[in-house]
Design a protein around this ligand. Structure first.
Ligand code: FES
Ligand code: FES
Length: 975
């Protein structure tokens, strides 16, 4: 298996990122130290960050920078054997020291010393790994356990774990969690990382891990295998290229000037004089310099976001100008030096203010500040509620949630003739291409987007960020330009999960049959549309949960405010709705005295019951199987918890909760095709052009597994070409859990088509077999065997002997005025169960275990699916208990808390395979699905433990305490 990354240039050793560090203030001096066993000497300010020296001076870009503040741990290196944050170590401090980065882990054979230093190699008895370094063992274990997803945290994790294993070759789980506690991962949920470290540390557990070892399956045997991710090696050896890791030599730096106010008018004074007076600054760009439309947006009809604000900034963090110049000059600038004056204006900061009668319009063409409404109505909800035996109503609220991927946005651009090329992290290269073309006023074919590896996206990197600034600057200056967001810039300016305000009424019969649900929600969509229309459309379809609800009304509104735009974040609003609907269903079950799990099983959708849009799926509705799979653990947990609580004497109480989930894969009632091209080369290898961007979820591997089995070729015969709009057809965006279904299906079709073409070339029947080997391609038809003389055959326009291309667009239908129709052709289903412990005096919650059952149709790669589930659980836990972003406050990873390794409990994943009739080999999506049921399961467990509902999520300790006190006042609290 070869994997091609089409980078434009080699790593620069001269350019730097926008870290706002005072370069050269203390003068430069020579600093001599050893890196990975090699003596080096750099000329640097002694105050320069070690991370920057490693990356920019020495080209060791395996060390990642996620915050420059000691918060994320991505930059962890070993300094004389001890793990340190390289962003907090000054270059002058490492004089004479030994530094080990991820690039040197494999060769590091001794604690505190590297292999190149034979004179000082210690023969520590603690390091008895049969000649294999701890680092190398960890790298292998990370691969085989699927412990690296996007890979942005992986170098820091590996380095921290190496330090641990060099001290303690057989750590237990707590010791591992302590050791990696300072390194944040947003993708994996840590469980596979912990398992990998424990495995790497002991001979015994290593031998137990054979079921997850790398394999190279025979032809036709890839689907269903725990195949090591095909791009994994780069992620563990530090050679993966993320947005900030590569740039042309002498690229200029781009830095945006952003509004410090939620709403402000602004005025520039003499920009020409500013450029003249600042040596090294080449240009300032504003709205006047946008050659095409000063407008972009992920959904064409709603596009409204300017590259540069014109006269008035609508949110704090909106860009009004961009400065371009030499790196040092750009970094030296104090923001106050820039000639802009601000007039702060009163903002509309919440939904009520924006909806108030007579409120100022944020966009003139959007009455009442409503961007869009969503609606699904079925049956007669009022009548059903009036006649229901039991009716419950509730209100819930959720806040902004920050994506907090470890890699801030970064990339570079350059103009090549009349084209512009942008290499950057993105989830949606073709969408980027179209918007950049519009901004520059050129044809899309004149824009080339080259996605780098993506250090986590979760939806936010679907929207443009750095790209418009890079494009405008490169276009005008005809020089390469580079932009790297700081953590604060990333948090301030990029999209968030929509805050939601939800009201519900639900009714059921005394025997627990759901009769009706009335759901209304307003979503704070911020200053610009982004994915607001998608959230508004998707939520009404899903707010019933995966249950049969005969009478249903769901109405949504996306409301503009003067806050950061809310956009796509894993689930497109469905996780917020599930928080409300699943707690309401618990209340209904409690009211009728039913077991909460059995209530859900009773009402679960099946193949033949209509959904709230009237769709009957016919096959592949696996929610009942998911819920039933939880039953044994549910019953055991209830017994254990009852015993614990009956014996409890202190402040601790335990509870168990459950929640169900469904999620339609792909766009809601809109086309979203993927096209896959594969080519048979003259040497018999297969080129797979797949444009689905792998943001860590594993599409590079999954799509190849599917294509390989459809064609009947071994996985290692594929050469993968990913993402680049000049070499791969459009596979759409990586979002909405669509890549396994949509791109996977296209890959299956293209593989089958190529198989038929090869058989036809050989004059063989459809039942003949094809053998791919290092010697070429052989077709066996009955007794006859024919070796194809590929070397003698002409090449087609793509440069292949045979090219096969296939497009798949999920069959859906538009929804009518009541939201009736077929919004998705495939749904994923799942249910989570949470066991928790509450400290009623402190208001803290410890999650003890999550059991997660998911119907994935067909588990193409179980390890990668488990990774998605565990990562989703971690994000759901954060959403339930700790994560809330307040625009204007805590714009860093110190104040904005995401779960660290110690927060994540054991996760038991149960994979249900109820095949989809549409998906490739029956597969369904899992990416969004995994996050949805965790938060409501935890919140239901909280109610089970102490009898309170926290109406505003996250349920932070202060909110839990306040709810306990309020309940005590009313005499309702338990425990
Ligand atoms: S980059 Fe150093 S801790 Fe985040
Ligand atoms: S794999 Fe850890 S941040 Fe992505």
């Amino acid at each position: 298996m070869a994997l091609t990354h089409t980078s434009l240039t080699k790593t620069s050793t001269t350019d730097t990122s926008l870290t706002h560090l005072s370069v050269g203030e203390a003068g430069t001096q020579s600093v001599a130290f050893r890196v990975n066993g090699r003596a080096v000497s750099v000329s640097s300010s002694p105050l320069q960050r070690l991370s920057r020296v490693l990356r920019e001076e020495l080209g060791l870009t395996g060390t990642k920078v996620g915050c420059d503040a000691g918060d994320c741990g991505a930059c962890t290196v070993l300094l004389d054997g001890d793990p340190v944050c390289a962003c907090l170590v000054a270059a002058g401090q490492v004089e004479g020291c030994e530094v080990t980065t991820v690039e040197g882990l494999a060769d590091r054979i001794s604690s505190g010393h590297a292999s190149g230093d034979s004179s000082s190699c210690a023969s520590s008895s603690e390091i008895s790994f049969s000649g294999v370094s701890a680092g190398a063992r960890l790298q292998q274990a990370f691969l085989t356990h699927g412990a690296a997803q996007c890979g942005a945290c992986t170098p820091g994790m590996l380095v921290a774990a190496t330090a641990l294993l060099e001290r303690n070759s057989a750590p237990n789980e707590n010791e591992v969690m302590d050791a990696i506690g300072g390194v944040l991962c947003r993708c994996t949920g840590y469980r596979k990382i912990i398992a990998a470290i424990i495995t790497a540390g002991t001979e015994t557990s290593r031998s137990e891990s054979t079921d997850i070892t790398a394999i190279s399956p025979d032809a036709g045997g890839a689907v269903g295998q725990r195949l090591v991710r095909l791009d994994g090696k780069r992620k563990v050896d530090g050679s993966e290229i993320f947005g900030a890791d590569e740039t042309p030599t002498n690229a200029l730096a781009v830095r945006a000037i952003r509004s410090p106010y939620h709403r402000a008018r602004f005025h520039f004074s003499d920009l020409d004089a500013f450029v003249r007076d600042h040596p090294g600054i080449e240009a300032v760009f504003t709205v006047k310099d946008v050659p095409g439309k000063n407008c972009y947006g992920v959904i064409g009809p709603f596009a409204d976001q300017p590259v540069f604000a014109e006269e008035e900034a609508r949110y704090r963090g909106e860009a009004v100008a961009a400065i371009v110049g030499e790196m040092a000059a750009v970094e030296r600038l104090e923001v106050a030096e820039f000639p802009v004056s601000w007039e702060e204006l009163p903002p509309l900061k919440d939904i009520d203010a924006s909806l108030a009668t007579g409120a100022r319009l944020i966009h003139e063409n959007r009455p009442e500040n409503i961007l869009v409404r969503g609606r699904v109505v079925r049956g007669d909800v009022e009548k059903a509620l009036a006649t229901a035996d039991v009716m419950v109503q509730a209100e819930y609220e959720t806040g902004f949630v920050e994506h907090a991927y470890i890699e801030p946005e970064a990339g570079f651009a350059r103009r090549v003739g009349d084209q512009v090329e942008i290499q950057a992290c993105t989830q949606s290269p073709y969408m980027d291409r179209n918007d950049i073309a519009m901004i520059l006023g050129i044809a899309p074919e004149r824009v080339r987007i080259i996605p780098t590896a993506v250090g986590g996206g979760f939806g936010s990197k679907l929207d443009l960020s750095i790209q418009p600034f890079l494009a405008v600057a490169a276009w005008h200056l005809r020089k390469p330009v580079r932009m790297v967001y700081s953590r604060t810039e990333s948090i301030v300016s990029t999209t968030k999960r929509h805050p939601a305000r939800m009201q519900l009424r639900g009714g059921c019969s005394n025997d627990g049959k759901l009769l009706a649900l009335d759901f209304a929600a307003d979503f704070n969509t911020g200053a610009y549309s982004s994915w607001g229309p998608t959230v508004s459309a998707r939520v009404p379809v899903h707010a019933s949960g995966p249950y049969y609800v005969p009478h249903y009304r769901a109405l949504t509104r996306a409301v503009h405010t003067n806050l950061v735009p809310a956009g796509a974040f894993r689930g497109f609003g469905v996780p917020q709705a599930a928080i409300a609907q699943e707690q309401l269903y618990d209340d209904l079950a409690n009211c009728v005295g039913m077991d909460r799990l059995e209530f859900r099983i009773l009402n679960a959708l099946d193949d033949h019951t209509p959904t709230v849009t009237g769709q009957v799926l016919g096959e592949g509705v696996g929610i009942r199987a998911c819920l039933e799979a939880l039953r044994p653990r549910w019953q055991a947990a209830q017994r254990e918890i009852a015993e614990f609580n009956s014996n409890a004497v202190g402040a601790l109480r335990r509870g168990v909760g459950v929640a169900g989930m469904w999620y339609g894969c792909g766009n809601t009632s809109l086309p979203n095709p993927s096209t896959i091209r594969i080519g048979l080369k003259r040497d018999g290898r297969i080129a797979l052009h797949q444009g689905a961007v792998d943001i860590g979820q594993g599409s590079n591997t999954i799509v190849t597994q599917i294509c390989a089995d459809a064609l009947g070729a071994p996985i290692d015969h594929f050469d993968l070409l990913s993402g680049d709009t000049s070499i791969t057809p459009d596979c759409g965006k990586t979002s909405a859990s669509r890549q396994t279904l949509v791109t996977g299906k296209a890959a299956q079709m293209a593989g089958e088509k190529l198989r038929r073409a090869i058989l036809k070339l050989a004059g063989a029947c459809d039942c003949a077999s094809i053998r791919f080997s290092d010697h070429g391609v052989t077709v066996r038809d009955g007794d006859k065997s024919l070796a194809l003389a590929l070397q003698d055959l002409p090449l087609d326009e793509h440069g292949y002997v045979i090219t096969s291309e296939a497009t798949f667009d999920p069959p859906t239908s538009p929804l009518d005025a009541n939201g009736q129709g077929v919004p998705y052709c495939v749904y994923g289903f799942g249910a989570h169960m949470a066991e928790i412990e509450v400290d009623t005096e402190l208001g803290t919650v410890r999650v003890l275990k999550i059991t997660a059952a998911h119907d994935v149709g067909r588990a193409i790669n179980p390890t990668l699916i488990e990774g998605q589930i565990e990562g989703g659980v971690a994000q759901g836990l954060g959403m339930a208990l700790m994560e809330e972003f307040f625009p204007g406050k805590g714009e860093n990873l110190h104040d904005y808390l995401i779960p660290s390794a110690g927060d994540i409990p054991p996760v038991e994943s149960i994979l249900i395979e109820d095949p989809s009739p549409v998906g490739p080999f029956g597969a369904k999506g899992i990416g969004e699905q995994a996050v949805i049921p965790t938060a409501p399961a935890i919140l239901n467990a909280l109610h089970d433990a102490i009898g309170i509902r926290v109406r505003k999520v996250p349920a932070t300790p202060d909110r839990i305490r306040a709810a306990i006190l309020a309940a005590q006042k009313k005499g309702e609290a338990r425990g």
